[in-house]
Structure formats: structure tokens, C-alpha cells
Design a protein around this ligand. Structure first.
Ligand code: SER
Length: 243
């Protein structure tokens, strides 16, 4: 599968599920003086994760161009790039239902995000289940273990116990993008041992002093590494071989 086809498939999959497709924002953030570049699909959407109304609604999807320098020492290996594209789906606002069969346009949370993520990788991209493993947050630094994510992976989606791995704060808690902002526990999807998708459940606001307070409306921010997906699907050894 080529780049164009995967971008299209991703956006269509989430459009069908009530998301509005938005264009990639500028690589230079418009409203965040704490960073130089747009580092994630959610970056331009921070105000909406914090309660501002987005004119396109509560479910959005995008392919966002990103520049990341935080992992610069790893750039040049098989999976890290400075510039890359991130496939993302986002939910804001009150959660009307968190049912993956709800293709409406109201806010959703981790059940829908996890079911859709797994379904997209397995059914839309056709990745064999044996190649897929997942993670959830084990609880650390005063943030509780994500029992719900564990239950969804194992009981609802039916993944075997050895494919569901717990992760610590460093690996399974994401954000904020700058010195403060929305953040939360994550669940990740791996293919052939490579992390391809990060599902972030934004439940907290991290203040400058490091303190976490709950957000009024939890939101969803997911980001799939486009070049990694392309490489794994096509059997390339590295993201530098993609089209
Ligand atoms: N914000 C998360 C990340 O960049 C998911 O999009 O990994």
C-alpha cells in the first residue's frame, strides 16, 4: 500500500465515524510560544481539548506535518525522523456515548478510540493479529492504573494476555506539548514490535509547577506514525525507504 492510499483510507475511516477532515496546520505553531514547531496532530488543537468550541465540531481527523527534535539522537535509525506526518483522530467536549458503533458527531472516549484503532490496523490495513501487540498505563506518579484500558484490550477486543503490556509514566503518559497543557494516560498499538499508534486519553491539565488537575471534559488525541505504518505494511526495513 502506497502513501496516498493509506492517508485516504485513514481519513475516510474516521469520516465514516462522524469526524470532520481538517487540513494540516502550519509547522510553526500559531498560539504556542513555548515551542518552535508543531510536534503532533493535537498541537494545533490544544485550545479545543481545553473546552473552546471548534467550528468543525467535536470529532476531527487530520494528517498533520510534524517536526520533532526531542528524540534527535535516535533520528537515523529505522523508525525515527525529524520531519514526519501523523495520522490523527480527536474528540472534544462532553462524551455523549463511548460506543464504537456510534457514528454520530458527539464526543467519545477510550472505548471508541481503542476499538477503532485496532479495527483500522487489523481490518482496514489487513495486519495479521499475531503481528499486533498493545500497551496500557500501569499507574504511577499519583495517576491510577488504567484498568479500563486493560479491560477493553483483553475482554472487549479479546487480545490474549501476552499481547497486552503495561507501561510506565515515561512510555504511557503523554503531554503536555509545551510547559503546560492537556495530558493523560495512553494506550499504544505496536506492529512487529514497532510502536505505530499512540492513543492519548486527555484527562488532566498539567500546570507549570507539574501539578495535575482533572479536565472538565476528557478528550481523545491519537497519533499514528504514518511513515512507520507505511514501512511495516510494505515490509521495508526502515522509514527512509517509504514512498
Ligand atoms: N500526541 C500524541 C503523540 O504525539 C498522540 O497524537 O504521540
Amino acid at each position: 500500500m502506497k502513501a496516498l492510499e493509506i492517508r485516504q483510507k485513514y481519513l475516510e475511516f474516521f469520516k465514516e465515524r462522524g469526524h470532520v477532515i481538517i487540513p494540516s496546520a502550519s509547522l510553526v505553531p500559531e498560539n504556542d510560544p513555548s515551542v518552535l514547531f508543531t510536534t503532533a496532530g493535537m498541537h494545533p488543537l490544544v485550545p479545543f481539548l481545553l473546552g473552546e468550541k471548534h467550528p468543525a465540531g467535536n470529532r476531527l481527523t487530520s494528517v498533520q506535518k510534524c517536526i520533532r527534535t526531542g528524540d534527535i539522537d535516535e533520528v537515523g535509525d529505522a523508525t525515527h525522523l525529524t520531519f514526519f506526518e501523523m495520522l490523527g483522530n480527536f474528540s472534544f467536549g462532553p462524551i455523549s456515548s463511548d460506543d464504537p458503533k456510534d457514528f454520530g458527531n458527539e464526543g467519545y472516549f477510550k472505548r471508541s478510540a481503542m476499538h477503532w484503532g485496532y479495527e483500522f490496523i487489523k481490518d482496514e490495513l489487513g495486519v495479521a493479529p499475531e503481528r499486533i501487540s498493545v500497551t496500557f498505563f500501569k499507574g504511577e506518579n499519583g495517576v491510577p492504573r488504567d484498568e479500563e484500558a486493560h479491560r477493553i484490550w483483553t475482554e472487549e477486543i479479546g487480545l490474549p494476555a501476552d499481547k497486552v503490556i503495561e507501561g510506565n509514566f515515561e512510555d504511557n503518559f503523554w503531554g503536555p506539548t509545551g510547559s503546560e497543557g492537556p495530558c493523560g494516560p495512553t494506550a499504544e498499538i505496536y506492529v512487529d514490535g514497532i510502536e505505530v499508534w499512540n492513543l492519548v486519553f486527555n484527562e488532566y491539565y498539567r500546570h507549570k509547577d507539574g501539578k495535575l488537575t482533572p479536565l472538565e471534559n476528557p478528550g481523545v488525541d491519537t497519533g499514528a506514525g504514518f511513515e512507520r505504518i507505511l514501512a511495516t505494511l510494505n515490509g521495508y526495513k526502515s522509514v527512509y525507504e517509504t514512498d
